[in-house]
Design a protein around this ligand. Structure first.
Ligand code: FAD
Length: 305
């Protein structure tokens, strides 16, 4: 892995750095470039604007690694409020939600995480939409897939996320190919024992996994900004006789917005992942680690130049 990327990811997990960055007068613009805002109204406003441009969305209430029952409950309530507002705004057809199990109790009580995720899935169903379970670092993969299987007994449309950098993922794709699966490269710093660490190997595995998902009869969701992979997916989709609407592309809010609109204009389904909430730090650091060119812009804003 690129040394600067490793450094930024290490900083993301460091409490002292977290305190420094979170309390520094970070320019609103830097955060707003990748995060819809701090509250439900901000999230719904961004979802409405994107829907107006023909883009679907998945909304993520930011908060991870909760070790506190009350905080996990507050996260659930935030999702319930969001789902209500999306329904009221007539956005439920184009807006789903993404949930990190670590934000609803996975780190200390898997049963609680399942119960909390179930509350969100039930509310999503009532509002006419669905949920995708984000995937976090490799130590949580089995637990997350276990919770997913339980949720799917009642809500079969709950989406899974698989990360192409993990060596196990091709096998997981084969197991889940008949379902809704988001395929991404993977955003965490993982050891070589479990993950491909060379970019080319990750890309190659992404294409292998994409083939498996496109050949299956599920609904693949290709989450990447990589122009080469977007082009390959387009070609492979034709090869497997997939029509637009039987799969989708996904990109992050603020990343390649012109490309998002271009793909939507060609008739493809493009879903934008929109994070919001006060806990933006870990998310922002992962985005900076992916694109160290953005880091200079960010550091300048910290020191006010
Ligand atoms: P990269 O290898 O980062 O970049 C490849 C190329 O894409 C670059 O060379 C450049 O040409 C282009 N590009 C990338 N970023 C930019 C940019 N900022 N501006 C312009 N061009 C750019 N990860 C998880 O671990 N778990 C999840 O649940 C998860 N969910 C995700 C959901 C969505 C919708 C998306 C888009 C990503 C998600 N990720 C998740 C993050 C993902 O794993 C990657 O870390 C992230 O998408 C970067 O990988 P990439 O495919 O865009 O390619």
């Amino acid at each position: 892995m690129n040394p600067l990327r490793s450094l930024i990811l290490a900083a993301a997990g460091n409490d002292a750095v977290r305190r420094l960055v979170s309390t520094a007068p970070v320019s609103r613009d830097v955060v707003r470039r990748f995060v819809a805002g701090e509250n439900t109204e901000d999230a719904v406003a961004v979802a409405a604007a994107l829907a107006g441009d023909g883009l679907a969305v998945t909304l993520d209430y930011l908060g991870e690694h909760t070790t506190d029952r009350e905080l996990a409950d507050r996260t659930v309530l935030a999702y319930l409020e969001l789902l209500d507002r999306l329904h009221e705004a007539g956005l439920a057809a184009s807006a789903e939600v993404s949930v990190k199990l670590s934000a609803v109790g996975q780190a200390f009580d898997q049963g609680l995480a399942l119960a909390n995720a179930s509350r969100i899935c039930a509310a999503a169903e009532q509002c006419g939409t669905t949920v995708t379970l984000d995937m976090e670092d490799h130590t949580t993969t089995d637990s997350t897939l276990g919770v997913l299987a339980e949720l799917r007994r009642t809500w079969p449309s709950v989406g899974a996320v698989l990360q192409a950098y993990l060596r196990r993922t091709l096998g997981d794709c084969r197991d889940l190919a008949g379902t809704r699966v988001r395929l991404c490269k993977g955003a965490y710093a993982e050891p070589e024992s479990v993950a491909h660490t060379e970019a080319d190997e990750v890309d190659l595995n992404y294409v292998r996994c994409a083939n498996v998902l496109l050949a299956g009869d599920g609904y693949p969701m290709f989450a990447t900004h990589d122009p080469r992979l977007v082009a390959i997916i387009g070609e492979r989709a034709k090869w497997y006789d997939r029509k637009p609407g039987s799969y989708e592309y996904q990109m992050l809010y603020g990343v390649r917005p012109d490309e998002q609109r271009r793909l939507a204009e060609t008739g493809e389904t493009m879903r934008v992942y929109v994070p919001y909430g006060g806990q933006w730090y870990g998310y922002l650091m992962r985005r900076l680690a992916e694109r160290p060119a953005n880091t200079t812009f960010f550091l300048r804003s910290l020191v006010g130049t």
